[in-house]
Design a protein around this ligand. Structure first.
Ligand code: SF4
Length: 256
């Protein structure tokens, strides 16, 4: 995923033993206006994926593996079973590797979410992405309240799992709206947060409203910490998995 997404942080992440894998194919059933992922009719689920991801994790000697997916509203459980199989496969092939899953909202099917929680990944990440006012504009098929409830349910079911989320800035939101979202995240027990600059994938996507100067990301980081988020990575090139392993280790007191 890091390579396909041409992520600017690859060198830094791999030097820390972190990489991200995309499962459940490369076609999403949704069409968020900020996302470069292909949309349309997804291909059948590849049952080999858990073993392929686990083998790559072991081969690369990863300290922290991030597993993400497109949204598969076409599947009865939204792909939850495959997330569970990937977590179990990594655990058996690479017991020393910590696991973070960046999950879709499973259309609010909490039984599917519970399956992933019960597989006990170290981190469950679900991006809120932007402010509620912009959801109808850029995040079709998603619900702000549903995303907050998902994060809250992770904490309610298992406080041993680190709850994480992410935001993009520069899509037209105000500072007051971002503050409101951060307070809602604290209310949903999010402890780790990433905030990055929205970059337009193509002219067909939502336009960039503005590019935030680096000092504003520092202010957003200070704001989020002051509101009660424990760990924050904020900056123009910050992505959901940026410093993922490090922030997890710091949050759990296992940082070297
Ligand atoms: S649901 Fe996720 S992968 Fe699908 S279009 Fe939206 S952001 Fe992209």
């Amino acid at each position: 995923m890091c390579r396909e997404a041409r992520c600017p942080n690859q060198a830094e992440c791999s030097s820390r033993g972190t990489a991200t894998f995309l499962i459940l194919g490369d076609r999403c059933t949704r069409d968020c206006r900020f996302c470069a992922v292909r949309h349309g009719t997804p291909l059948p689920v590849n049952p080999e994926e858990p073993f392929l991801v686990a083998a790559a994790t072991a081969d690369m000697g990863l300290r922290h593996a991030v597993v993400t997916s497109v949204t598969r509203d076409d599947l009865p459980d939204g792909g939850a079973e495959l997330f569970v199989a990937v977590i179990r496969a990594i655990r058996s092939c690479s017991p020393g590797t910590t696991i973070e899953v960046l999950i879709p909202d499973f259309q609010g099917d909490w039984q599917s979410l519970k399956k992933v929680i019960d597989a006990r990944p170290d981190v469950i990440n679900h991006n809120v992405e932007t402010v509620p006012r912009l959801y109808p504009v850029v995040r079709w098929g998603a619900s702000y309240e549903r995303s907050l409830e998902l994060l809250d349910r992770v904490y309610a079911h298992d406080r041993g799992i680190v709850t994480k989320s992410g935001l993009m800035a520069g899509m037209g939101e105000t500072r007051a709206e971002i503050t409101h979202v951060i307070r809602d995240m604290v209310g949903s027990h999010v402890t780790v947060l990433t905030i990055g600059q929205y970059l337009r994938p193509s002219v067909l996507h939502h336009p960039v409203d503005r590019y935030l100067p680096p000092h504003e990301f520092d202010e957003l980081k200070d704001l989020a910490l002051a509101e009660g988020i424990k760990r924050v990575a904020a900056g123009p090139l910050v992505r959901s998995s940026y410093k993922a392993g490090l922030m997890f280790a710091e949050e759990t007191g296992t940082a070297e």
